[in-house]
Each structure stands twice: as C-alpha cells, then as structure tokens.
Design a protein around this ligand. Structure first.
Ligand code: AMP
Length: 277
C-alpha cells in the first residue's frame, strides 16, 4: 500500500491507470472504524484499484465546531487499510488541498439548506468542494459512501449528476455497534456515562418506526412522541424530520419508504442517525 501526500503525484498516478480498470474510492476523515472498513471491503470486492483518502477537511467545519479536536489515528488507520488490501492512501496536508490564494467553492442549492445544512451553515459547501476535488484527482469509477450520512449522499449524487461526472456513488448501509449506536469517529468524544445513554437515540428512532408500522401516520404526533422520548433520556434535539428519500422534503403524511432523519446533542457531542421507515 502506497501513501501519497502530493496532488501532482496523485494526478500522474490516476491518469496512468488503464481506463478499463475499475477504480474504487473511499473518502474519509480518518479515525477509521468498522463503518469505514465496510466501505473499503465493498470497494475491494468490486474494484481493481482501491484508493482511500484521509483528510480532515477544514472547509466543512463551522467556526465553533470540532475541527481542532477531531480524532487523528493515522498509524492505526494505515495498518488497518493495509490489511484490508487498499492500494493507495491519499493523505494530503491542508496546504496541498487549499494552497495560498485558494478561492473556488462548489455549492449545491436547496437540498443543502435543510437538516444538517440548516444546523451547520456552509458544511455542505465544504463537503462538495473537497469531494469534487478528490473525485477530480482520483477519477474513480465508483465512490463508496455510508448511509450514515444520508443527506451527504443525496447532495453528492446531485452534484456529480449536475456537473456531468461519470463517477457513481455506491450507497453502503449504516454499521452499528452491538447496542445499535451508529459507529462514528465522534463517538470517541462520549464519556462512559454518555456512551451508556447513546444507544437510546437509535431506540427512540426504532420506536417511531414501529408507531408508523402500527398505523400512525400523523407526522406531528410522531414528532411530539419522539421529541418527548429523546428529551426524557437526556438528549437535546437538533432536528427530527421525516422526509422523502429523494427530495429530502419533509412529508406531511408519513408512508413506508420515507426517511427519518435525526440529529441530537448528548452533552457537547453532536450525533446523527437516520433510518428508512
Ligand atoms: P467520515 O470519515 O466521517 O467523513 O466518513 C467517511 C465515510 O464513511 C462516509 O461515506 C460516511 O458515511 C461513512 N461512514 C461513517 N460512519 C459510518 C457507519 N457507521 N456506517 C457506514 N458508513 C459510515
């Protein structure tokens, strides 16, 4: 496995690959866990060449967010990716990605203004910019992304479609811990006490799903129940929304196939999760 930290080197390399080879790409911010590994394994199964990137992208963090404290575990990440059979890891510095004088950003309209986009202004502008740059550098056939970040997938699919990129996103299911908590690099921020409470987030979401399957399709009653449930367990709700899974628009009557999208705070840690109803 080769580590590349230089933009030009990556461009030269990716342009040298035989165009018949399937290139799989897994962009990450590092502090890798089984959620990331599931994407890498899938890429290894489907593709001839597998590239992973590790880059904590400053442009997708707001001024009061956790850019400085974001966990960094490069040595572990390196060993894990090597044992999973990854061919190349792109591990650039901030200066490689955003050199002095950098001025260009990518903006997807509308669907970036709701949900996480409403709570984190500028977040998707940063995500779209970095992913477009990475896709341009790696030129992958397939890009593997987790449904943990469901809105991110919808936004990036829209961007790739609108800008006529050939790269297709392979959606991979959410990997959860034994107690249902969605794996996330940010789970490292949770205290022992908070980690015990955290799975109740997903349980509350499953409860809403059950209510719908039992015949309750009244969105506002469902919202009221889950909000009460989450507050009682000690979470501060950022948003709870039931949306259409392609437009991300909030639905008025809930039907099977809609997506429940949630973000909460547990202490200072912000956690997101979603599920198909
Ligand atoms: P991140 O390092 O958080 O930027 O995530 C990199 C990729 O891993 C994204 O496509 C995420 O959706 C995906 N990912 C993160 N956590 C999980 C998880 N628990 N299950 C599946 N995919 C995940």
């Amino acid at each position: 496995m080769q580590v590349i930290d230089n933009v030009q080197e990556l461009i030269n390399l990716s342009r040298s690959w035989d165009s018949k080879k399937k290139v799989g790409f897994v962009p990450t911010m590092g502090a890798l866990h089984q959620g990331h590994f599931s994407l890498v394994k899938k890429a290894r199964e489907c593709c001839d060449i597998v590239v992973t990137s590790i880059f904590v992208n400053p442009t997708q963090f707001g001024p009061n967010e956790d850019l400085d404290s974001y966990p960094k575990t490069f040595e572990n990440d390196y060993n894990n990716l090597k044992s999973l059979g990854v061919d190349y890891v792109y591990y650039p510095s901030v200066e490689q990605m955003y050199p002095k004088g950098y001025k260009t950003y990518v903006n997807v309209e509308d669907i970036t203004k709701t949900l996480c986009g409403a709570s984190r202004p500028g977040h998707f502008r940063g995500v779209c910019t970095v992913v477009l740059k990475l896709v341009n550098l790696v030129n992958p056939t397939l890009m593997f992304m987790g449904e943990k970040d469901f809105q991110q997938i919808v936004v990036l699919e829209t961007m790739l479609r609108d800008l006529n990129f050939d790269t297709k996103i392979v959606r991979c299911p959410i990997v959860r811990d034994f107690d249902g908590l969605a794996l996330s690099s940010r789970n490292k921020y949770l205290s022992t006490k908070e980690r015990e409470i955290a799975p109740k987030f997903h349980l509350a979401m499953l409860n809403l799903q059950k209510e719908v399957l039992d015949g309750n399709n009244n969105r506002d009653i469902l919202y009221s129940n889950i909000n009460k449930n989450l507050s009682k367990e000690g979470f501060t709700v950022d948003y709870v929304k039931i949306v259409d899974d392609t437009t991300l628009e909030e639905v008025s009557q809930v039907v099977k196939g809609n997506r429940l999208m949630c973000a909460i705070y547990l202490g200072k840690t912000r956690l997101i999760d979603n599920l198909e109803i």
